[in-house]
Write a protein that binds this ligand. Sequence first.
Ligand code: DAT
Ligand code: MG
Length: 172
Amino acid sequence: MVENDDVTIEQTLVLIKPDGLVKSLTGNIIDKLSESELVIVGAKVVSVDRELAETHYRDLKGQKFFDELIEYIMGTYHTKRVLAMVYEGENAIKRVRHITGDTNPESANPTSLRGKYGRITTSGVFENVVHASSCPEDAKREIQLWFKPHELTKVIYDTREEEVTKRETVWK
Ligand code: DAT
Ligand code: MG
């Protein structure tokens, strides 16, 4: 987060969840988010493993809906893909949360993304289509969890250099 006299430039993590991908809502969602006049500084499609899912939602561990939430974000009910994006700009967190709407898709403003496209399943899972960070601390933690520094088009948090030697799969 960078501050000067009257504007707060923030970054926020947006996830289009597996139901959004399986319902081909990606275009609609990105189109609606463009009303925020923010800039996308990173984007990738991710296959979410249990460790990433549980780390992302770690503050909700112990809630009765936690296990199903983890299955949902891992794609067990839809497709094993999530579109992860970082948006940046003035008051990015609040602007994006306004467009995504309330957590519960049934009480969300009907013109918000969750109000429009979300649903609650018969087993009580909030299939609310999108995730958006809720405060600067969460945004930083979530962006650093989902993205490596080189995957963003600009440096938004402090970095350090480290020697890394590991085997990796390359094109044949
Ligand atoms: P948000 O995603 O609006 O930041 P949150 O961080 O409180 O909301 O919860 C994360 C996700 O967990 C949310 O998108 C959907 C799910 N969830 C939250 N409360 C729930 C509930 N009472 N029943 C079922 N799922 C819930
Ligand atoms: Mg949250």
